[in-house]
Ligand binder design. Sequence first.
Ligand SMILES: [Zn+2]
Length: 80
Amino acid sequence: MLALTDYEALLCPDCGRLARICQGPLLDGHIEVVTTQCQSAAALQRWRAENADPGPEPGTLAVTVVRRHPRRPLPPHLTP
Ligand SMILES: [Zn+2]
């Protein structure tokens, strides 16, 4: 079994796929870029833009939590 660092050495530093696959000729012309949005990362980015200092204590981290929205219920498997 490969250690994590050995496995990570096999990955393309840009796309994160196995480098021997993504950097070889087999996928030439078969790769498409799509975008998606991480709602958690978006909330963190908005918060960081509005709050230069995450808190008074050293080591304070800004993290996201899932909360109930009053008008948009979450699917049951995501209910906190
Ligand atoms: Zn790649």
